[in-house]
Design a binder for this molecule. Structure first.
Ligand code: ADP
Ligand code: ASP
Ligand code: MG
Length: 424
């Protein structure tokens, strides 16, 4: 007997038929004698609809967010998961399985008060463990926790993955299965590159980079938690027949295992390619080239919660003036330019220019630590396709390249094949 946490994403619970199918996956594990907790997302499209409604409301003066009260945003957008948790509990009961739904506040899943992007602080797993021991399936609404202000706090988009891994850590589950609409983690988004290959295993560090650099198959925070708490996490498909052979395999279920790097025997140099759309580039022209300029630029941006990513500074010709270019999410450009404008005197620049609609493609692999020439291969392959590189950043296990938006898919496909990742 094992204790298993099963998470089902939006497309897996998109309608009543899919919810019934999810119930069959759960039944398989219950029938095998396992203790089961299930975490569900909202029906696909529901959270977007709820967010749209909130964004359509009039702006409130004096609220703790420039557009709307973030606590009310959370009250609205968390509701999608309340619906699916109840519906799945009903579907399980109809199959004669003892089940009940749990909202975040009922457990409780304690979170901080960063409404809209809250972090889980603590989960009291006692009640759920007790009920699971009595044979009851806990169906838990993902994406939500209880803030210190005693109000619902949501965990950021894609946050049900994090709910699942955090619950798995709290109840000391043997496994956390993230069921989604693809049958595992691929070398790149299989919807963009049909030649992408499914990975049998991927190291925590690589998955962390893949997720941070745009592969939305897992929320970044869920990978961090899995890594820290050593949660055995599988990514697998809810669309396969729940009773197909091997689906109930305890140690080697079908899908991709996220694990420590030493569990991976044949480590490739490059494991995967990720991409992130909607990047924007901001350039400050004719900046004074003196100590303190970077602090004067990036300090106020950070205080305004603007996430600066790639930074490029030119060497000045005569030692007096230079240019500085950096990237931010497209959605933050207006805010960033406003902040830079307010600090123009202090920073001391001439003009600010910006360009939106850029894409960052990234090459990821632990094997890069011990191999030279990985970046050069990418630059050559992109040059051969006539793709211009606007900025580059690297770390030990990744290379990120900023390019014009329209070249995104070509760049991803080019990099995928130049590192031999294409299947066959
Ligand atoms: P869910 O609703 O189940 O949480 P998501 O849409 O959040 O599902 O994540 C699954 C999607 O992630 C897939 O449909 C796929 O298009 C995308 N994806 C991006 N990169 C990858 C990758 N490297 N491997 C697998 N899927 C990926
Ligand atoms: N329903 C939420 C979202 O769409 C959480 C999730 O699906 O993981 O972001
Ligand atoms: Mg998701």
């Amino acid at each position: 007997m094992a204790r298993i946490v099963m998470k089902f994403g939006g497309t897996s619970v998109a309608d009543l038929d899919r919810i019934k199918n999810v119930a069959r996956h759960v039944k398989r594990e219950v029938d095998a004698g396992h203790e089961v907790a299930v975490v569900v997302s909202a029906m696909s499209g529901k959270t977007n609809e709820l967010v749209g409604w909130v964004q359509g409301t009039p702006k409130v003066v004096g609220a703790n967010s420039p557009f709307y009260d973030a606590r009310e945003y959370d009250a609205v957008v968390a509701s999608g998961e309340q619906v699916t948790s109840g519906l799945l509990a009903i579907a399980l009961q109809a199959m004669d399985i003892n089940a009940r739904s749990w909202q975040g506040w009922q457990i409780p899943i304690r979170a901080d008060n960063a409404h809209g992007a809250a972090r889980i602080l603590e989960i009291d797993g006692a009640d759920i463990i007790k009920r699971m021991g009595e044979g009851q399936v806990a169906v838990i609404a993902g994406f939500q926790g209880l803030g210190p202000d005693n109000r619902i706090a949501t965990l950021g988009r894609g946050g049900s993955d994090t709910s699942a891994v955090a619950i798995a850590a709290a109840v000391k589950a043997d496994r956390c299965d993230i069921y989604t609409d693809v049958d595992g983690v691929y070398t790149t988004d299989p919807r963009i590159v049909p030649q992408a290959r499914r990975l049998k295993k991927i190291a925590f560090e690589e998955m962390l980079e893949m997720a941070s650099l745009g592969a939305k198959v897992l929320q970044v925070r869920s990978v961090e938690l899995a890594m820290v708490h050593k949660v055995r996490t599988f990514v697998r498909s809810s669309f396969e027949d729940p009773d197909a052979p091997g689906m109930g395999d305890l140690l080697n279920p079908p899908g991709t295992l996220i694990c420590d790097e030493d569990e991976i025997v044949e480590q490739e140099v490059v494991t995967g390619i990720a991409y992130a759309k909607d990047e924007a580039q901001i350039s400050l022209r004719r900046l004074a080239d003196r100590p303190g300029v970077s602090a004067a630029i990036f300090g106020p941006l950070a205080e305004s919660h603007i996430n600066v990513d790639m930074i490029v500074q030119n060497i000045s010709e005569d030692g007096s003036k230079t240019d500085m270019t950096f990237t931010v999410p497209s959605g933050d450009v207006e805010k960033a330019i406003k902040v830079l404008g307010e600090n123009k005197e202090k920073i001391g620049y001439d003009v600010v220019q910006n360009e939106s609609g850029l894409v960052k493609v990234s090459v990821i692999g632990i094997g890069m630590r011990s191999h030279a020439g990985v970046a050069a291969t990418a630059f050559k392959a992109l040059a051969e396709k006539g793709i211009n590189i606007k900025a580059i950043t690297t770390s030990e296990i990744k290379i990120s390249i900023l390019i014009d938006g329209p070249y995104a898919e070509l760049a991803v496909r080019t990099l995928h094949s130049c590192y031999g990742l294409d299947k066959n």
